[in-house]
Design a protein. Sequence first.
Lengths: 253, 306
Amino acid sequence: MENNAKIEIKDLNLSIGKHHILKNINASIPSNKITVILGPSGCGKTTLLKSLNRLTELYPDVKMHGEICLDGQNILNGRHDVTQIRKRMGLLSQRPYPLPMSIYKNVTYGLRISGRKNKLFLQKRVEHYLREVNLWEEVKDRLKEPAGSLSIGQQQRLCLARGLAVDPAIILADEPTSALDPVSSQAIENMFQHLKQRYTIILVTHILRQAKRIADNVIFMYLGEVVEQGPADAVFENPSKEKTKAYLNGVFY
Amino acid sequence: MKTGNRYRSIQVNRLWREKLHSLWMNIALGIVIILPFLIAIGLLWKSEMLLEEHSLLNLLFSREWKPLSGKFGFYPFIISSLWVTILALLIAAPICLLTAIHLTQYADTWVLKVMHPVIDILAGIPSVIYGVWGILVIVPFISDYLGPLFGKQISGYSILAGAIVLSIMIIPFILNILIEVFKTIPNELSESSLALGATQWQTIKYVLIKKGMPGIISAFGLGLSRAFGETIAVLMVVGNVTRIPTGAFQPGYPLPALIANNYGEMMSIPLYDSALMLAALILFLVVLIFNFASRILIIKMEKRSQ
């Protein structure tokens, strides 16, 4: 287990102003698995997810200490170029936020800002990643249209393709289906099942059924603390903590 | 039974008052809506006399302004107005854009909190004070330093002086709109860009400015229309010489200054007041069109961002 961990979080604490949001988080995230961070709203799931690619640094008055080791290297110390760290993780947010440009340019954005200009290369990438998220057939004739003209489910898949195009090792997904209809949600879930062969996926959700459907590994959080973590079967079938049991049974306060 | 009646009469009373209130509110609203139309009609009616004698195109593009011999060419004034306004916008635009980006993207929140009242104070200073400041500071600065730098012997009362004063006057106005524009762009959008490995500057350049573009353009449009109509401060430093300016160091005579300087004085000259009213009408229409176009852009942007 230890050797297989893609990300190790050690004694991570995060506070914004006077609010202590993450308290002594210790967790390990295995590679090529879907790890679900589960918990009620406001327990710090999203903050934990965003501290993984250091987006939390943008918040005013934020203080963070502890370690987040990606492949054994602590990414929280200042030596690392934050843009390089972020490129290793694709982010999928609660609602799709397509960039204000064409579908084509959305997919190539990450490549273009890091200096890839070869047209043929970019074209191939666009097709490859749009196929990867099952969007190619729907948009291949309208690549020049603004991304905002797509339906919301399509936009979310486009955002996934955009994230994959920078060739990350990890996918961070923050309740990626909360704005989608059941069919689009299903499509995203299926895609994750397929993508986990090549990527480490971390999914934040408060939907228990979704977690049960796709999780390999679960981190259950409550009020800024990790209550329980481990393989999905163990946590769902045989929870060791009272709070986890309560949440799984839906009797939460 | 008695209480029932009383209750009903209170109820009737209430409804009646409600109607009365909505009536006077509607009247007030009506006045506000009708006012611009009344002004436009009044100006048109007054300038009609001149328009009967000369064609509009002729007046707009004729270079001769000799009221005594009945020649009313607005061309020098229109060109002066364009010079001052566009130059002012060119000075103000980059300052406003960079300041707004800094305040909303880089600066700590307290900086924005401090800046807001400062901007409002700048916006609230009477324009005559800007004019005096222009005479005391900008005009000597141009005649003593800027002019000689370009090898020119000038008084300092010039298009450039007008444009500098004007640009400072429209900065708070444009800045306020731009700050709002950048604030309405959701954080998650810049997070998406940053998560793809973009630097903050790349995010601003490729995403935020693009997303805010309609808002930015309309902020500049509103600034332009405000600059176009500004009178006193410009009039005090711009020189007021009836000539077609060909450079920023030359004096100019913008339309608002023409009206303010002459109305009420040489009214004995035939058609003079009518000519000034036509100048006012032109001013009114230009400002109206700029305002209108900018507002439409803002509305479109808000719709798109929803």
